[in-house]
Design a protein around this ligand. Structure first.
Ligand SMILES: NC(=O)c1ccc[n+]([C@@H]2O[C@H](COP(=O)([O-])OP(=O)(O)OC[C@H]3O[C@@H](n4cnc5c(N)ncnc54)[C@H](O)[C@@H]3O)[C@@H](O)[C@H]2O)c1
Length: 423
């Protein structure tokens, strides 16, 4: 099939490469010219395991990238993968969805060839029908029978995105007409996953409900972890026992510094905003956020209890990405921790295997180190914020510190004298 993808970020670029790998002819449209140049040369502007190799295999062959929408009418389907970040009031900012819909409508104007527009971005229920469809239909003056609309939420996890795209737990296709849904189902032929067919608004809500449930598991584990810590109980042993219950399952029960990233925080906030607009009080959703905001603060509190005033102390922060295997620092728990440390007068030396550059654009005025050892040298304390596998073998590097005060926000170290936030 010929497929257009709008937005070459974490979702759009991975989807484009994987769709090319599935044998489709992909036309990726990205407005950021720097990203276009980088991708055109066969390099990914983001770090994602296996993505460079996949790009090198398909770029300029069955995967083309540019900033113009002119080839959209030649495609069978267009996937919208632009960002839906959090607005200042907590709602989802849909301005990029609007702009992309305008551009798609413009190039599909008076088109006679059947085309399906599928929204992959995470959007609040009704967005596809009340925003995307009217904009494209009005701009495009397209006859109803020549266009279909689908909501096809994406569930990939950064760091394991290619694997998740190629081996998804499920493919959710929300459509109001069978023909449009069937066409999008065809795109995924060859993938071995159950296909769940729903209405459009149901598919939009599946994504928010999934993320809210996963975030609930994390905040729940953190709260149990905080109680366990007081009692001297190892929450990881507890959750191992809990997770083996098939009704619960072992995933997303890792207590620690809380969740960050480009999805959970903003999606829960968007759901809270939506609920409140409907005059519902989303008590549980609000608590998920409250617990999550407290966790990183607990790390700095623990540190102060151990070493007193942080003024003038050197603190090594290991891990800046919101999780391992990515360079994404959006809403990373380390941001709040670093800002807190800075406010208290500490000197921060940070190290991340992949995310130093992305964090520098948010917090420029700390020391960025090229290894854990460099960050740890003469440090008064160390906070571990990301579960990078390479941290598990750190041992003698901690001897470089002035004093071995090590607090883990993620359970990853193997040395005996570190203290966990909830364990
Ligand atoms: N990142 C994830 O792990 C993930 C997982 C599932 C779903 N999602 C959802 O997918 C959507 C995209 O997320 P992301 O992380 O890929 O965002 P991103 O910010 O990494 O990428 C979005 C890209 O779209 C480009 N863009 C913006 N407007 C455009 C336009 N009009 N035309 C062409 N390109 C345009 C931007 O330049 C950017 O490169 C969001 O709604 C997000 O919630 C993200």
């Amino acid at each position: 099939m010929r497929i257009s993808v709008v937005g070459g970020g974490y979702v759009g670029l991975v989807s484009s490469a994987c769709l090319a790998e599935l044998g489709h002819s992909v036309n990726l449209i990205e407005i950021d010219k720097k990203k276009v140049t980088c991708i055109k040369s066969g390099h990914s502007p983001i770090f994602e395991d296996g993505l460079d190799e996949m790009l090198a295999k398909h770029i300029n062959l069955n995967l083309k990238i540019s900033s113009d929408y002119n080839d959209v009418p030649l495609s069978d389907a267009t996937f919208i993968c632009v960002g839906t970040p959090q607005s200042h009031d907590g709602s989802a900012d849909l301005s990029m969805i609007k702009a992309a819909s305008h551009s798609i409508g413009n190039v599909l104007r008076d088109s006679e060839k059947y085309h399906v527009v599928a929204v992959k971005s995470t959007v609040p229920p009704s967005t596809t029908q009340q925003l995307v469809m009217p904009i494209i239909l009005e701009n495009g003056r397209i006859k109803d029978q020549n266009i279909g609309f689908v909501m096809n939420p994406e569930f990939l996890r950064e760091g394991r995105a290619i694997q998740d795209f190629m081996k998804p737990d499920r493919i959710v296709i929300g459509s109001s007409d069978i023909k449009a849904g069937d066409l999008i189902a065809t795109v995924y032929h060859g993938l071995n996953a159950p296909v769940v067919r729903t209405g459009i608004t149901e598919a939009e809500m599946v994504k928010y409900a999934s993320n809210a449930f996963l975030a609930t598991k994390i905040s729940f584990s953190n709260e149990i972890g905080n109680i366990c810590k007081r009692l001297g109980i190892d929450v990881y042993e507890v959750m191992k026992g809990v997770g083996l219950d098939h009704r619960i399952n072992p995933y997303f029960l890792n207590a620690g510094a809380g969740f960050g990233g480009s999805c959970f925080p903003k999606d829960i906030m968007a759901l809270i905003h939506l609920a409140e607009r409907l005059e519902e009080d989303p008590i549980l959703l609000k608590s998920i956020i409250t617990v999550n905001e407290h966790q990183p603060k607990r790390m700095v509190d623990m540190l102060e209890k151990k070493i007193g005033s942080l003024s003038g102390k050197k603190v090594a922060v290991l891990g800046l990405a919101f999780k391992d295997n990515t360079d994404d620092v959006r809403d990373s728990r380390s941001i709040g921790v670093i800002l807190d440390l800075k406010n208290k007068g500490a000197w921060v030396a940070a190290y991340d295997p992949k995310a130093n550059v992305s964090m520098r654009s948010i917090i420029p005025d700390i020391d960025y180190c090229s290894s854990a050892a460099e960050a740890l040298k003469n440090a008064d304390a160390c906070l571990v914020m990301t579960e990078w596998p390479e941290f598990s073998s750190l041992e003698k590097e901690f001897d470089l510190m002035k004093s071995r005060i090590i607090i883990e926000g993620r359970k990853i170290l193997s040395c005996a004298d570190c203290e966990g936030i909830c364990w």
